[in-house]
Design a binder for this molecule. Structure first.
Ligand SMILES: *Cc1c(COP(=O)(O)O)cnc(C)c1O
Length: 378
């Protein structure tokens, strides 16, 4: 039976924007047993190393270092490349993107987004480069690929590093292979709300073994050997229980993406003719992950964006305004010259219009249809 609240009055169930996928508990128990038997709980144990290998193979990348979460991975990625001074980034993201810069004592410089992809607009980057600029930190927002070629060519011209916040981009590929191969480093999040989760977790995709080796040291307090510490590293290690969750999740990932794709297709069909509603572009024939279903609520829609948001909440459907407010509007950023709204018109407009609709593997298509029906006839 569908879980949709609308059809089943007394049985109604809250519909959130997302819901973590949990494998059957029986599949997880043997892993727990092994942890209990071995008494290896963390510090790069068997599951940690197995998951690193399994993810490299699954994602089609050569080297990867697991982390306790995506934010610590971002902080460590910047530290490992010795990024300093100013970094060009997007205001249209989850706040952890810019926070990772502040944790490294770096000044964020916000650049506006492309109105179609909602990713950093490469055409606006050059004007923001100063002698202090050392890197670019773009986000593959909603798992939609950035213009990686344009970004790389600017980085090459100005000798800048590129670190991708790929927290939304697990399993996404372009014509040449995994999206995660681009830039100097890419960072994933395996938080419970993401398409692939380890309760909490993250990873850095590294281009070579020596970079991974350095990052492995930095996530372990900077220990180089038993008695030598050569940098102020952090504790970023993923624990065994989290790695075990990853190994179990990986087995069903393809099916999960197929479920998400069906939901995406249904929304697109039902919302395509609704005046004032624009669905963000899909995966463009490449392999997407259907992590989010963002719509833009235009001025020609019957309600304001917040009007629609509250209308859905009335019937216990809980979309989210990802990303509103802009990062650049939070108190620790809004004093920066680049945070001014006249510098970021497209990001400001997107933040005012965006609404991410419920999408997760257990969401019944009947519910999806109900959500679309309410949007069409609020
Ligand atoms: C989730 C997320 C992060 C942070 O990852 P955590 O694993 O929650 O620390 C960073 N950037 C973006 C864009 C995210 O969505």
């Amino acid at each position: 039976m569908a879980n949709c609240n609308i059809d089943f009055g007394p049985m109604k169930k809250r519909v959130n924007v997302t819901e973590p996928y949990l494998p059957p508990l029986e599949e997880f128990i043997p892993y727990l047993k092994q942890i209990w038997d071995s008494k290896v709980l963390t510090n790069c144990g068997a599951f940690h190393n197995q998951l690193e290998e399994a993810l490299c193979e699954f994602l089609g990348v050569k080297h990867l270092s697991l982390f306790t979460n995506g934010t610590i991975a971002l902080v460590t990625a910047l530290q490992s490349l010795r990024v300093t001074g100013e970094v060009i980034t997007t205001p249209y993201s989850f706040v952890a993107t810019s926070h990772s810069l502040l944790w490294n004592g770096i000044k964020p410089v916000f650049v506006d987004i492309d109105p179609d992809t909602l990713n950093l607009d490469p055409e606006k980057i050059e004007a923001a480069i100063t002698p202090q600029t050392t890197a670019i930190l773009p986000v593959h927002c909603y798992g939609h690929p950035c213009d990686v070629d344009a970004i790389q060519s600017i980085a090459d011209n100005y000798n800048l590093k590129v670190i991708y916040d790929a927290a939304h981009a697990f399993g996404v590929s372009d014509e040449g292979g995994s999206l995660l191969r681009h830039g100097d480093l890419s960072v994933l999040s395996f938080h419970a709300t993401k398409v692939f989760n380890t309760f909490e977790g993250g990873a850095i995709i590294c281009p070579d073994a020596s970079t991974k080796h350095r990052i492995d040291q930095l996530k372990n307090f900077g220990f180089v050997d038993e008695t030598t510490v050569d940098a102020p590293g952090i504790n970023g290690k993923m624990a065994e229980i989290n790695a075990a969750m990853g190994l179990v999740q990986l087995k069903t990932f393809r099916e999960i993406i197929a479920r998400r794709k069906a939901i995406d297709t249904t929304y697109r069909e039902l919302l395509s003719g609704v005046p004032g509603i624009r669905c963000l572009q899909g995966a463009h024939g490449k392999e997407g992950n259907y992590a989010y279903f963002p719509i833009l609520v235009g001025a020609d829609y019957q309600l304001s964006r917040d009007g629609l948001y509250h209308r859905l909440k009335e019937v216990d459907i809980h979309p989210r305004r990802y990303f509103y407010p802009l990062i650049s509007d939070f108190p620790m950023y809004r004093g920066l010259p680049s945070a001014r709204h006249d510098n970021l018109p497209m990001a400001v407009r997107a933040a005012e219009q965006i609404l991410c609709l419920p999408i997760y593997p257990a969401l019944e298509l009947e519910c999806v249809k109900e959500v679309a029906k309410i949007i069409a006839h609020p």
